[in-house]
Design a protein around this ligand. Sequence first.
Ligand code: RP5
Length: 170
Amino acid sequence: MNPMPFSASERPRVGLVMGSDSDWSVMADASAVLTDFGIDHEVEVVSAHRTPEKMISYGRDARARGLQVIIAGAGGAAHLPGMLAAVTPLPVIGVPVPLARLDGMDSLLSIVQMPAGVPVATVSIGGAKNAALLAVQILGVGDEALVDRMTEYQADLAVQVEAKNRALQL
Ligand code: RP5
């Protein structure tokens, strides 16, 4: 796993935030996918409970700073994605980070169960990779080259399955 990066890209399109540096072991998967797709992104610890004012200003300023999508990972009482969604017009993708107790069900339920009017696109427990792929698809709405790359990625998934099928043949 790559160490958590300290420097942000100069023109990030995706804000990849998490409640604690302890979430990085899960969230690194999202950063790796974004890097593979050539998406400039920034990585930052923003805690709903330990740095609430920073969380609000991060969400309020995100669009003006040029961000187009926010991916937010948190565990336990995981309020970060929902609170960011409350203060930004940008799409927010929530990643439930599993902690030692409750296997991430607490994280999942606290992220997915948003009140009407404040959506968070919630991926599976630990699903940081899918969060990044969803961000790529959202960005693809206005970026034909990115759609082409996603189409190639999807075709490659099928190629990998067929290769595994061949390996199973005696
Ligand atoms: C949450 O509390 C974080 O997102 C993290 O998943 C969890 C535990 O944080 P640490 O105590 O490891 O910093 O806010």
